[in-house]
Design a protein around this ligand. Structure first.
Ligand SMILES: Nc1nc2c(ncn2[C@@H]2O[C@H](COP(=O)(O)OP(=O)(O)OP(=O)(O)O)[C@@H](O)[C@H]2O)c(=O)[nH]1
Ligand SMILES: [Zn+2]
Length: 363
């Protein structure tokens, strides 16, 4: 039906539903499952899941399982069985590491083995895509389709959804307009919108860069705390301003502002990571305790924007070798790496050292 949502639109709905604490149905050949994001699940909805008859499990990533000392039999994830007396506070405490040190005796945990954990993996991916904690309550049921119809839940065909979520959504150039800046009056802002209803990304073009030569370029990931508030915990604000200043001085350049806050985990999760850092964990350990990988960004979209703007080769302002690799793999030549070492403070020295030691940053 032309008026019905397609898969990408259903996924956008599912993300919104999960953020509000609504269940989502996941469909496969044997029926499917109903999921709730652990972070937004409420008591009456947990009771509703239990009333379906199956045994709910709490799916967590293998990273989170390692902190919880729960066995992960399913590769990248573990299915933790809910004790009969587990209430919603138990769910939140297992999913969220904020009180791990204060109340370390959450377990021991029994995890499911055998069977297919494909729906659970999708449930975690959906929670991540909704920028929530990467954990979900999941109950498998045979009549998931019928339940979705009666309870008016968003229903996602699981296999097709997993395929679609591997790929990067196509981006559409929506508009560009003149934007005089302190570093250069010849500024333009371009807005790109993904077709999957996700975050918009921006490109700031300085001057009229020659499309036939390598362009001075920066792929900057959003950092509300550093870019806007002047946080001393990272180097993002000074890097943003230094990159624009160099483009202004050279008279040409392109800065991509990618809305991938917190290396792709979202601001709320980044602030959770900051709280863990105050408990003594470094930036990578904090991500892992939350259940995330070190870096959840998708740099392919940077390459896609550059290509849409007609750029084939860049002088990339970065210290991060992963950005260079991804540019090259996505078909954008990196003619030169331009180091961008600014903004070291006593408060971010350990953070920068961790990036060099664990993430391979070049300084
Ligand atoms: N999860 C998490 N994200 C952080 C932390 N500190 C900063 N960030 C995020 O890290 C990202 C830094 O982005 P960039 O400066 O573009 O990337 P980079 O990997 O440091 O690479 P270059 O600056 O190009 O060398 C931003 O999205 C910040 O919000 C942290 O402690 N935890
Ligand atoms: Zn930052």
């Amino acid at each position: 039906m032309p008026l019905s949502p397609d898969l990408s639109e259903l996924l956008a709905r599912a993300r919104a539903d999960l953020r509000m604490g609504l269940p989502v149905a996941l469909l496969n050949e044997s029926g499917g499952a109903v999921m709730l994001a652990a972070e937004t699940a409420r008591a009456h909805r947990l009771a509703g899941l239990r009333a379906l008859g199956g045994a709910p499990v709490l799916a967590v990533t293998a990273r989170r399982a390692a902190t919880l000392k729960a066995r992960a039999y399913d590769g990248a994830l573990a299915r933790i069985e809910l004790p009969d007396d587990a209430d919603i506070a138990w769910v939140h405490a297992v999913a969220d590491p904020k009180d791990d040190l204060r109340a370390p005796l959450k377990g021991p945990f029994t995890t499911a083995r055998g069977g297919d954990a494909g729906l659970h993996a999708l449930a975690i991916d959906l929670a991540k895509a909704a920028r929530l904690l990467p954990s979900a309550l999941v109950v498998e049921i045979a009549d998931a389709r019928a339940l979705a119809d009666t309870a008016r839940l968003t229903a996602i065909p699981a296999a097709a959804a997993r395929d679609m979520m591997q790929g990067a959504s196509p981006l559409r150039a929506v508009v560009h307009g003149r934007l005089p800046l302190a570093v250069s009056e010849a500024g333009r802002l371009h807005v790109f919108r993904p077709e999957d209803g996700g975050e918009e990304h921006y490109a700031v073009e300085i001057g009229q860069p020659d499309r036939a030569a390598p362009v001075l370029a920066r792929l900057h990931s959003a950092c509300f705390t550093g870019d806007l508030l002047g946080s001393l915990k990272c180097d993002c604000g000074p890097q943003l301003r230094a990159a624009l200043a160099q483009m202004g001085a050279e008279g040409a350049g392109v800065l991509l502002y990618l809305n991938q806050e917190g290396r792709g985990i979202g601001l709320a999760n980044k602030m959770r990571a900051y709280s863990l850092q105050d408990q003594g964990f470094d930036t990578v350990e904090a991500n892992h305790r939350l259940g995330f990988e070190d870096d959840e960004r998708d740099f392919r979209l940077g390459a896609e924007i550059l290509q849409q703007m007609g750029f084939k080769s860049v002088r990339l302002m970065t210290n991060n070798p992963a950005k260079i690799d991804m540019m090259r793999r996505s078909g954008v030549e990196v003619a030169e790496r331009v180091p961008l070492r600014v903004g070291e403070t006593p408060q971010n020295r350990a953070y920068l050292a961790t990036k060099a030691a664990k993430s391979g940053h070049l300084f």
